[in-house]
Design a protein around this ligand. Structure first.
Ligand code: KG4
Ligand code: ZN
Length: 329
C-alpha cells in the first residue's frame, strides 16, 4: 500500500510517502518568512502553503521514485492547528484524491506525533507512556493500543515549546525558539541561575510553564546587559528548568502506570539535552526517540498513521473539514 501524507497544520509544508509501513520519502519545507516576526503569522503561513504544496508533494513523489498513479490513498492532517493552514492541505488532498479516484484519510496531528515512534522502532510494544511536547501541547499519555489513549496530565497554561519560543523572544534569540535556545545554550552552566521548577505537588502529572517564562522576564529586567559568557549560562539554566520539569513528570508517569516503555514526541522531543537527561534518569526502562526530523512537524508521521487508519477502514468521505481544536480524546 502506498500512501501520500500531507502536513500543513502550522508553518511546515510537508509531504511524505509511506509504503507498507516504511517511509520512502520525506520532504519538509520550513517557512522562513515568519522568523522576522518572532512567531507564526497565520495568513502568511496559509499563503506559503499554497505556494509550496505543489512542489513539496512533487518532490516527495520524485524522491520515492513512484508516480502519482501508484498512490493508493492520501492522508492529511485534519487538526489541531491553524484553520487556514489546515484548509490548504485538506483542499489540496481532496482535489488530488478526487482526481485520482483514491480515498483521503483525515489524521489527527497529535496522534501522528505519537506514532512517529513506530517509524523509529517498528517493534514498539504497547503499553507505553508518551511525553508529547510541541509548540501547542504538553501532555502525558498512557497508550495501550491504537485509539486506546488515557490522558495522564497536560499543561495548565503554556506548552513546553511555547516556553522555549517565548523564552527565546525575551533572550533576543530567533524563532523557532527551541532550536535557537538549544544552540545558544551549548557550553553554558545550567546550574548557574535557579529558575523555578513548577512541579505542582508530589504526585501531580500536570505542567505549568507560564511562571518560568515570567521569572526569566523579571530576571532579565533586573540585571545589566550580561556578558557573552553570562548570557550563555542564563540560556542554559532556562533550558534546564524546562527539561527538569519534563523529566520529573515522565518519571512520575512511569511510576504511576508501571509502564516499562517511554516514548517522546513533538518538536521539543528533538532537544538533545532532554533526550540525554531522560536516558540518565530512566535507566532500566525502554526509551524510544524518533529521529529529530520525525519529531518536528513532518508528513512521514501523517502518511504512516494514514496507512494504519486505512487498513482498519477508519476514514470518512470527502465531506470532512479542518478541526483547529481537534483533541486526541
Ligand atoms: O511539533 P512541532 O514541530 O509543531 C507543533 O505541533 O507545535 O513543535 C514545534 C515546537 C516549537 O515550539 C519549537 O520551538 C520546539 O518545538 N522545538 C524545540 C526544538 N526543536 C523544535 N524545542 C526544544 N529543542 C529543540 N531542538
Ligand atoms: Zn506538531
Amino acid at each position: 500500500m502506498i500512501i501520500l501524507g500531507i502536513e500543513t497544520s502550522c508553518d511546515e509544508t510537508a509531504a511524505a510517502i509511506c509504503k507498507n509501513g516504511e517511509i520512502i520519502s520525506n520532504v519538509i519545507s520550513q517557512q522562513i518568512i515568519h522568523s522576522i516576526y518572532g512567531g507564526v503569522v497565520p495568513e502568511l503561513a496559509s499563503r506559503e502553503h499554497e505556494l509550496l504544496l505543489n512542489q513539496v508533494i512533487n518532490k516527495s513523489i520524485e524522491q520515492a521514485q513512484i508516480s502519482l498513479s501508484d498512490l493508493d490513498a492520501i492522508s492529511v492532517t485534519q487538526g489541531p492547528g491553524l484553520n487556514g493552514t489546515l484548509l490548504t492541505g485538506i483542499c489540496f488532498a481532496k482535489g488530488l484524491g478526487y482526481g485520482l479516484g483514491i480515498p483521503v484519510v483525515p489524521v489527527n496531528h497529535l496522534e501522528g506525533h505519537i506514532f512517529a515512534n513506530f517509524i523509529a522502532e517498528p517493534s514498539l510494544q504497547y503499553p507505553f507512556v508518551c511525553l508529547l511536547v510541541s509548540g501547542g501541547h504538553t501532555q502525558l499519555w498512557f497508550v495501550e493500543g491504537i485509539e486506546k489513549y488515557t490522558l495522564l496530565g497536560e499543561t495548565r497554561d503554556d506548552a513546553a515549546g511555547e516556553a522555549f519560543d517565548k523564552g527565546a523572544r525575551i533572550l533576543g534569540l530567533g524563532y523557532p525558539g527551541g532550536p535557537a535556545i538549544e544552540k545558544a545554550a551549548k557550553g553554558g552552566n545550567p546550574l548557574k541561575i535557579k529558575f523555578p521548577r513548577s512541579v505542582l505537588g508530589k504526585d501531580n502529572l500536570e505542567f505549568s510553564f507560564s511562571g518560568l517564562k515570567t521569572s526569566l522576564l523579571y530576571f532579565m529586567d533586573s540585571i545589566e546587559e550580561p556578558s557573552k559568557e553570562d548570557k550563555i549560562d542564563i540560556i542554559a539554566s532556562y533550558q534546564q528548568a524546562i527539561i527538569d520539569v519534563l523529566v520529573e513528570k515522565v518519571r512520575r508517569a512511569l511510576d504511576y502506570t508501571k509502564a516499562t516503555t517511554c516514548v517522546i514526541a513533538g518538536g521539543v522531543a528533538a532537544n538533545q539535552c532532554l533526550r540525554n537527561r531522560l536516558k540518565t534518569i530512566l535507566k532500566g526502562k525502554k526509551l524510544i526517540f524518533p529521529e529529530p526530523k520525525f519529531c518536528t512537524d513532518n508528513g512521514a508521521m501523517i502518511s504512516y498513521l494514514g496507512e494504519l487508519k486505512l487498513k482498519s477502514n477508519k476514514y470518512s468521505e470527502l465531506s470532512f473539514s479542518a478541526k483547529p481544536n481537534l483533541k486526541l480524546l
